[in-house]
Ligand binder design. Structure first.
Ligand SMILES: [Zn+2]
Length: 91
């Protein structure tokens, strides 16, 4: 994959930057947790073709220094953990 071409590619869903994984031959959007396959050197930028990444893969996200978060102001990664911890036994 050409680096310049890569720079032009963005996620079709969130328009965020994609991360190229050479080993898996896919482009990953860490915002949506989707990995787009690359077939015959052609990135398949279709949501229905994308693979849902595992939690582990999602954790391995690009650092903020990458400027990855500046692309969009969407905060799908930040969840309000409000319902967590409300499951206390009363006795
Ligand atoms: Zn995305």
């Amino acid at each position: 994959m050409d680096k310049e071409l890569l720079a032009l590619l963005v996620c079709p869903l969130c328009q965020g930057k994609l991360k190229y994984d050479r080993d898996q031959a896919e482009l990953r959007c860490h915002f949506d947790g989707l990995a787009y396959p690359i077939r015959d050197d052609i990135p398949v930028m279709l949501e229905e073709e994308a693979r849902v990444m595992s939690v582990d893969e999602k954790l391995n996200k690009p650092s903020l220094q990458d400027g990855g978060l500046s692309a969009m102001g969407q905060g799908s990664e930040q969840k309000d953990g409000q319902e967590a911890g409300s499951h206390k036994p009363t006795a």
